[in-house]
Each structure stands twice: as structure tokens, then as C-alpha cells.
Ligand binder design. Structure first.
Ligand SMILES: [Zn+2]
Length: 86
């Protein structure tokens, strides 16, 4: 009779183990604005994004939504140059 239900998983575990040893290898997956970008780890596919304080944080669905809003605003602002004379 087996009482242990602990399973040892292989596969993705190795790449995340690699990342825990050497750190994630992030590449830019999406440019949101000039300062905010989304990154993806080439080893474990972990996604992070630049948050409002300029640090990297986990790309949650909520963050993704904020980013798409920011991107939308950024694109609109970029395409429509407003000349303001003070
Ligand atoms: Zn990683």
C-alpha cells in the first residue's frame, strides 16, 4: 500500500532549476511604452513586466490588461502629435 502521493515531475522542472541557479534569461517580448516592456524567459517561459516603479514584476492577467491600456494610450499619443504653445 502506497501512502505517498508525492510525484516528482520532470520536464519544465529542469529549466526552472536552471533559472534558479543562473537566473532568468529575459528577452523583450513586447514593447508597451518607451519605458515599459514585457519580458519572457527563454528557458522557463516566465513572463515579467516593468511596473510603475520601474522594477520587474510577474506579468499577471491584471498587469497584462494595464499594459494593453498603456500601449493603446502610448500609440495614440505617438500618432497624434499635439503642438502646444505655452
Ligand atoms: Zn527562467
Amino acid at each position: 500500500m502506497k501512502t505517498s502521493t508525492h510525484h516528482h515531475q520532470h520536464g519544465n522542472k529542469f529549466t526552472s532549476f536552471f533559472c534558479s541557479l543562473f537566473g532568468h534569461h529575459y528577452v523583450v517580448s513586447k514593447k508597451v511604452t518607451q519605458h515599459i516592456k514585457e519580458y519572457k524567459c527563454i528557458h522557463c517561459q516566465k513572463e515579467v513586466t516593468t511596473d510603475v516603479s520601474g522594477k520587474l514584476s510577474v506579468l499577471t492577467p491584471q498587469m497584462q490588461e494595464i499594459n494593453s491600456t498603456l500601449e493603446d494610450m502610448y500609440q495614440k499619443r505617438k500618432s497624434r502629435v499635439v503642438h502646444q504653445v505655452a
